[in-house]
Design a protein around this ligand. Sequence first.
Ligand code: BTN
Length: 247
Amino acid sequence: MIGRPIIRLDSVPSTQDVVFRLADRGAAEGLTVLARHQSAGRGRAGRAWIAPPGSALTFSVLLRPDIPPASLMPFSLLVADAIAETILAMHGVQSTIKWPNDVLVGGRKLSGVLLQARGGVAVLGVGLNVRTPAADLPDGATSLVVESGAGSAPDPDLLLGPLLHAIAGRYRSVRSGDTGEAMDRVHRRLHLRGEQVVLRDGDRERRGRILGVRGDGALLLEEDGHPRAIVSGELVRGPRPDGHACH
Ligand code: BTN
């Protein structure tokens, strides 16, 4: 059961490492580690996840999936959908989903999802900027307090329960293969859908128009008039003619 138990820590390098260590010692699926601060929080592709202490919701969940690793592929997008639905329900904030794992508001990053797997264990990490003031946000990032314009600052603790509940629902869907409804929402919310983009995968750059996402989590890109399913890469540029990076 996701979120049972929850271990709350003050400061750790990364909650991902704590959960992997507890998994090695036999902890059960669902264990969730939440930290008020991470000194070496990490994101996808070797990036850092940085947030001032107490300002973000940062947690990792231990999963022991009983499905083949390939079937878990759409889970990051489904978790992004869980985040998008939860912040809409609780704070009225509309967001988009940037393939493969970010939640954006007004084109700026509000939240990121990191799914790491090894040896039958998967660790899901979520970082969500909740009450970070604009002045403390890195370039291209935003937070709930900035976006919701709330008089009182949103509370990371109040978001945790509903968010874990939504994630648990997406985990059930991915295990039963019943992801259609949530993937349709991901498709509708997809950042830059219909736009020309540049995708970087290692040394390789692909250019094309985003058509949507496939049920298995692949990005559908129209390249030279042909649809191509992309399973890895980073969206590095959007449609801006000046060649600046999109977020
Ligand atoms: C990304 O933006 O690429 C993913 C960011 C994931 C950040 C979360 S915060 C909790 C967990 N611990 C980490 O070190 N990273 C994830």
